[in-house]
Design a protein around this ligand. Structure first.
Ligand code: SAH
Length: 230
């Protein structure tokens, strides 16, 4: 039996999905509410992890160990790193990187020691399904690398560095942590991130203005994806 885990970092990223869950019960672990039920006819565990890599990782690990999810999708908002993605457009992960992981005194920047990887690959089947869902919904979207780090990226300097170092198309703060947890647990994973800001310039104004609509689009794509599989 497949159980799909859906993680959003913030309330605004899970509110719509939570309101649509059927036969739901809630269990709280480490301060995170896990909502167990069904969505679009599929078994789903939904959680708001909190912002940043640590909360995202503990949320993913709990979903796997305690609630037995067999796949995880991360739905939320992100800053764009490419002229091909504007506010409201969708980034789908082909891989995730941790742009703030740096043991570069001896290693390439971004290398995660132990597993010795920079790019944590997304599940190609889920990424393909999300690609098709976005195409069918007529949403401008790109598949590419999503970069995560414990920083709200708001300067051109950092943005340019992340692009030139990782060739990433969107930046946020959780997906690569979930990707790492999923990789070591052999759980399929992909991220849907809708652009809320340009990750430079007037980023704070953009983010505040567009976060809600971007989060709603991401939830809509997640719902269409579940529906397409049912
Ligand atoms: N005080 C805010 C913090 C939001 S941080 C709160 O808790 O409500 C921004 C969130 O949106 C993170 O979860 C991150 O994944 C995403 N995000 C959107 N734009 C981003 C950017 N330019 N850089 C980093 N993360 C971004």
């Amino acid at each position: 039996m497949q159980i799909t885990g859906i993680i959003g970092a913030m309330d605004v990223e899970v509110a719509i999905l939570r309101s649509m869950m059927k036969n739901a019960r809630t269990e709280t672990v480490s301060g995170i509410d896990f909502i167990i039920g069904s969505l679009e006819g599929r078994r789903v565990v939904l959680a708001r992890s909190g912002v940043g890599k640590v909360f995202a990782a503990l949320c993913a690990q709990t979903m796997i160990l305690k609630f037995g999810v067999t796949e995880i999708v991360n739905s939320g908002v992100a800053g764009t790193l490419t002229p091909e993605l504007h506010i409201g457009d969708v980034a789908i992960s082909t891989a995730c990187v941790q742009h703030d992981m740096d043991t570069s005194a001896g290693d390439p920047v971004g290398l995660i020691s132990g597993i010795n990887m920079i790019e944590l690959p997304a599940d190609t089947k889920i990424a393909d399904e999300l690609d098709r869902v976005c195409a069918a919904a007529n949403v401008n979207h790109r598949l590419g690398v999503i970069a995560s780090g414990d920083q709200f990226v708001h300067t051109t300097e950092r943005r340019v560095w992340i692009v030139s170092t990782f060739n990433a198309s969107a930046v946020e703060m959780e997906a690569a942590a979930i990707a790492q947890v999923c990789f070591v647990n052999k759980i399929p994973f992909a991220a849907i991130r809708v652009i809320s800001d340009e990750a430079s310039g007037d980023v704070k104004i953009d983010y505040m203005t567009f976060v809600k609509a971007a989060a709603a689009t991401s939830s809509d794509i997640a719902l269409r994806w579940l529906r397409a599989r049912a």
